[in-house]
Design a protein. Structure first.
Lengths: 167, 104
């Protein structure tokens, strides 16, 4: 069991930063974010969702496209273009959703730093405005990524029930 | 974000123990009153603090609800992605074992 936990911060009005340590060399972690055969194995999301279609053209200007399918059959398609590719250190990519649930385009900058066989991953997500950023943050509960609820329900039944009644 | 700045977080922490005027809020910081007022404006715009009606002192007070909501979004968002990364942890372990076996 890993004891690593995700840290989420808001370094500016338009950004969300995710910081997480993985107990593996960064080459491996980087591959897990950029190779379809590996991405499909962890699904890029909580357990109720699976990555059912994956396309990654890992070069500057190359496109990426993910279709995730929920166990209920609901799908979500996201896509974008790589702006910077420096394997296994740094990735900059744009992000859009086919059924947009936030305006404009997100810009995600991922860095992977290795130390003593462990990798610290930082993803900074930059949005068009503070309102958009807040929409994305709130998506943990609702909207395009209503996903969270399922996983929450799985992990923390009491907490989920509490939020349901608070709605 | 309003909560990103350490001075603003300190102001909120101070207001958590009760209302305070701008002068009182400025005291613990090596800052001018206008500088503190700027921070208070950011917090007011974010709906995290408000002014009381006492016209002369115009003390600021904490608005607990938006603050709790902001913290809740952040925590829900965090849990969503943490769940995803726990799946990645499992995969990384499998990949490391597979690699070690290959080497033998």
């Amino acid at each position: 069991m890993s004891t690593a936990t995700l840290e989420v911060t808001t370094p500016s009005d338009r950004e969300i930063a995710l910081i997480r340590v993985f107990n593996a060399p960064r080459k491996l972690v980087f591959d897990c974010f950029t190779k379809c055969e590996l991405l499909k194995r962890w699904g890029l999301g909580p357990r109720a969702w699976a990555l059912t279609e994956c396309k990654v053209d890992l070069r500057v200007g190359g496109a990426w496209r993910f279709v995730t399918t929920k166990n209920t059959g609901e799908t979500m398609t996201m896509y974008g273009v790589f702006r910077e590719v420096a394997a296994p250190e740094r990735l900059v990519q744009t992000e859009r959703f086919e059924q947009p649930w936030y305006p404009g385009e997100g810009l995600n900058t991922s860095t992977f730093l290795e130390e003593g066989g462990k990798t610290t991953m930082t993803i900074r997500c930059l949005y068009d405005s503070k309102e958009t950023r807040d929409t994305v943050l709130k998506s943990g509960m609702e909207g395009g990524a209503s996903v969270a609820y399922d996983r929450l329900a799985e992990l923390l039944p009491a907490f989920a029930a509490e939020m349901e009644t608070a709605k | 974000m309003a909560l990103a700045d350490p001075t603003r977080r300190a102001i909120l922490a101070r207001l958590a123990s009760g209302e305070a005027s701008v002068t009182e809020l400025a005291e613990p910081f090596a800052m001018t009153q206008p500088a503190i007022s700027k921070h208070l404006k950011v917090l007011e715009r974010a709906g995290l603090i408000s002014r009381s009606h006492d016209a002369q002192r115009r003390p600021r007070r904490l608005e607990a609800k938006p603050l709790a909501e902001a913290a809740e979004w952040l925590e829900n968002y965090r849990q969503y992605w943490e769940a995803a990364y726990q799946r990645l942890d499992d995969l990384l372990e499998e990949l490391k074992i597979a690699k070690r076996k290959k080497r033998r």
